[in-house]
Design a protein around this ligand. Structure first.
Ligand code: MLT
Length: 258
């Protein structure tokens, strides 16, 4: 499936994937800043933003295939750096497994390589069934919002939280259901990281309630070439909560690679 996307700048290609249930604007600040030296492509994943939202389960492999199909329309197939936040990271790892030769580097932000626990997978199915029954995603957004942001963001940037709460509510119910079932079905991809031969940057939020720093730290020990940056006063959405520090960490990673 061809996805809606933004493209900024010229140069080596960097693709940034948003999380659930967000959209490509998550990476707006980083994309604009990095466009001075890089060509940054930010797709809306299937079921999110302006991309199509078919019914059905969105396996992470299918979301990764959508990203490749969209990129292949853009021009020559040069290896690119792929980054993903949370669900975007699950998709990035699926793509790394399917097509490791396409990658020049991997950027994993506020995400994990492990699968869902049976309990988490069961809860996702319950939530998906309730969204299907009601047609509303409000309960999903209401449950997520208190877990997404650091205490610092909550006290200093309430407008950011309102803005993103409103954006999340625009996600179609079919997109939320498809992504929930797809995330629940994903396998543990830690072994993909252990065998990957490209540089990996893991960015964690010191206050992330969804992916604790200890888990990000353990994940950063899996690849042969990896580094970890822990951002203070960032929760689960580091690119929004600490935009300049996130850009700095990504830029340093990209410049070291070139
Ligand atoms: C996300 O931000 O993409 C979600 O928190 C991922 C998840 O629910 O596992």
């Amino acid at each position: 499936m061809r996805l809606a996307f933004d493209r900024f700048g010229m140069g080596p290609v960097v693709v940034l994937l948003h999380g659930f249930p967000l959209d490509r604007l998550l990476w707006d600040e980083q994309s604009r800043a990095l466009s001075d030296h890089f060509q940054v492509v930010t797709p809306d994943l299937r079921g999110h933003g302006h991309s199509p939202s078919p019914a059905g389960t969105y396996l992470m492999e299918e979301l990764a295939a959508d990203v490749l199909e969209t990129l292949d329309d853009l021009g020559p197939r040069e290896p690119f750096v792929l980054g993903g936040l949370s669900m975007g990271g699950y998709v990035a790892l699926a793509l790394a497994e399917m097509a490791p030769e396409r990658l020049k580097g991997l950027l994993l932000v506020n995400t994990r390589s492990a699968a869902d626990s049976p309990e988490t997978a069961r809860k996702r199915e319950e939530t998906a069934a309730s969204v299907e029954a009601t047609g509303s995603i409000d309960a999903v957004v209401d449950a997520m919002i208190p877990r997404l942001f650091s205490p610092n963001t909550v006290s200093t940037r309430p407008e950011l939280i309102s803005e993103w709460s409103a954006r999340m509510r625009q996600t179609p119910a079919s997109g939320v259901v498809g992504a929930l079932r797809g995330m629940a079905a994903r396998p543990d991809r830690s072994s993909v990281l252990s065998t990957l031969n490209v540089p990996v940057l893991v960015i964690a939020g010191a206050d992330d309630q969804i992916v604790p720093v200890a888990e990000a730290e353990a994940m950063s020990r899996l690849p042969r070439l990896a580094e970890l940056v822990v951002l203070p006063e960032a929760g689960h959405l580091a690119p929004l909560e600490q935009p300049a520090a996130t850009t700095r960490a990504i830029r340093q990673f990209l410049e070291r690679m070139d």
